[in-house]
Design a protein around this ligand. Structure first.
Ligand code: PLP
Length: 394
C-alpha cells in the first residue's frame, strides 16, 4: 500500500528533531528562558543586513513575473558567473559558470550528486562522526555506506583505517570541514595526506574515486584557521555548497554543486547532475534566493557571536573536567560523555534543562553534540547548570 522504507524514515524523526520538539514542550512548562536548548544547528545570528536590503531592492525593481519565475534548471547564468568569479578571486581557481548547478541547499546538493554518481554496487565512504542524513541520501541513491571512524584523539581521519576501507567498489568519499558534529577543520597537511591516499587508490584500482566536499560551514572558522579549497588538491573533487549557515538562511534553501573541469568526465557528470535534479523533481533552485546570493556571495552573518560562545563553552567545560575536541569551526562542540552511554548522560543533563544530542546517531558513540548557535546570554545563563551536571561526575 505504501513504501515501508519511506514510512520508516517519516515515522522515526531524527534524534535531533525529537530533542528540539521536547525543548518546545518543556518551555511551555518551565518558561523558554529556563531551557538551555543546544540541540539544533539553526543559526541564531540574523542574516546580514545586505540580505534584507537585496530582497527589498529586488521586490521594488524586478518585475514580479521575472523575479518569481522559473530559472534555467542549472540556475541563472549571471548568478553562476558571479559565484565563479568570487571563488576564482578568493581561492585562485579558474571555474566557469558552466561548472555550477544551483540547488535548494546542501541537502539537495548532496542528494543530487549522489544520485548522479551512483551505479549498481557502488559504495560511499563517510568518516564518523558524520551528518546522519548522509546515510539517508546515499541509501536512497542506491549506494552502500561504509563508515570509517575518525581518530579518537584528534577526530581527524584515521588514514590507516581509511586505506583499508577503500576498495574496488568505492565510488566516493564525503568530507565535511568544518565538521558537524565535531567542529574539527581538516588542515592542509591532513588534506594532502587524504588526497595522496585517494590518488594511490585510484591507481591501484584503476578507477575514479570522487571526493565530495560538503561545505555548509566553510566560512564559519575562528581565529586564523583556514579551510583549504579541496579542488586545488585533488582533481576528482565535487563541491556541495550551501548558504544556509554562512548567510543564516537555512529555511530559504539555496546552495550549489560545483563540478570543476578537472573532474574526470566532468561534462558527462554535470549532465548526470542535471538529470538527477530533474528526476528528483527539483526543477530549479528558488529564484529569488538565487538573485539574493548573487549580491551577497562572500558575505557572512556576524560569526563573532559563535566565537564568543565557543570560547565560553570550551573554557567552562574544560574547567569543570569535561573534555572536548578543539572546535575550530562550525558551531558545534563535541564533548566526551563522562559515562559510557551518552544518551544516559543527556538524560542527566535534562534534569538541569540542558539539552544535548547524544553522538550515537553521528556514528561515533560516547560523545554529545552541543550546538552553540544560540545567544551568548543563554550560554552564560547555562553555566550554573553545567556546574551542577559536572558535580554528578567529578
Ligand atoms: N551537511 C551538513 C554537514 C549539515 O550540517 C547540514 C545542515 O545542518 C547540511 C549538510 C544540510 O544543509 P542545508 O540546510 O543547506 O540543506
Amino acid at each position: 500500500m505504501f513504501s515501508s522504507e519511506m514510512y520508516e524514515l517519516g515515522a522515526h524523526s531524527s534524534v535531533i528533531r525529537e530533542i528540539f520538539e521536547y525543548a518546545k514542550k518543556r518551555a511551555e512548562v518551565v518558561g523558554k528562558e529556563n531551557i538551555f536548548d543546544f540541540s539544533i544547528g539553526n543559526p541564531s545570528v540574523p542574516a546580514p543586513e545586505i540580505v534584507n536590503e537585496t530582497i527589498k531592492k529586488l521586490l521594488d525593481t524586478v518585475p514580479a513575473a521575472e523575479l518569481h519565475g522559473y530559472t534555467s534548471a542549472v540556475g541563472d547564468n549571471s548568478v553562476r558567473q558571479t559565484i565563479a568569479e568570487y571563488l576564482n578571486k578568493t581561492y585562485g581557481t579558474s571555474f566557469r559558470k558552466e561548472n555550477f548547478y544551483m540547488t535548494a541547499g546542501a541537502a539537495a546538493s548532496l542528494t543530487i550528486t549522489l544520485n548522479a554518481l551512483s551505479e549498481p554496487g557502488d559504495e560511499l565512504i563517510v568518516l564518523a562522526p558524520y551528518f546522519p542524513e548522509y546515510r539517508v541520501f546515499a541509501e536512497k541513491a542506491g549506494m552502500k555506506v561504509e563508515v570509517v571512524p575518525s581518530d579518537e584523539k584528534t577526530l581527524l581521519p584515521d588514514f590507516e583505517a581509511l586505506q583499508k576501507a577503500i576498495n574496488k567498489n568505492t565510488k566516493a568519499i564525503i568530507v565535511n570541514s568544518p565538521n558537524n558534529p565535531s567542529g574539527v577543520v581538516l588542515d592542509e597537511d591532513c588534506v594532502k595526506t587524504l588526497c595522496a591516499l585517494l590518488e594511490k587508490k585510484q591507481s591501484e584500482f584503476n578507477k575514479n574515486i570522487f571526493l565530495i566536499s560538503d561545505e555548509p560551514y566553510r566560512e564559519l572558522v575562528y581565529g586564523d584557521v583556514e579551510v583549504p579549497y579541496l579542488t586545488k588538491y585533488y582533481n576528482n573533487t565535487i563541491v556541495c555548497y550551501s548558504f544556509s549557515k554562512s548567510l543564516s538562511l537555512p529555511g530559504e534553501r539555496i546552495g550549489y554543486i560545483l563540478v570543476p573541469d578537472e573532474v574526470a568526465s566532468s561534462g558527462e557528470i554535470f549532465k548526470a547532475v542535471c538529470g538527477a535534479g530533474r528526476a528528483l523533481g527539483y526543477v530549479c533552485a528558488p529564484a529569488l534566493l538565487q538573485y539574493v546570493v548573487k549580491e551577497c556571495v562572500g558575505k557572512t552573518s556576524d560569526i563573532s557571536v559563535y566565537e564568543t560562545n565557543r570560547n565560553l563553552l570550551v573554557e567552562t567545560a574544560t574547567k569543570l573536567g569535561f573534555s572536548c575536541a578543539k572546535p575550530d569551526g562550525a558551531f558545534y562542540l563535541f564533548m566526551k560523555s563522562p559515562e559510557k552511554d551518552a544518551a544516559a548522560f543527556c538524560e542527566k543533563a535534562k534534569k538541569y534543562e540542558l539539552l544535548f544530542v547524544p553522538s550515537d546517531s553521528f556514528g561515533f558513540p560516547g560523545y554529545v553534540r552541543i550546538a552553540y548557535c544560540v545567544s551568548t546570554d543563554m550560554v552564560k545563563k547555562a553555566i550554573p547548570a553545567f556546574e551542577k551536571l559536572a558535580k554528578e561526575y567529578f
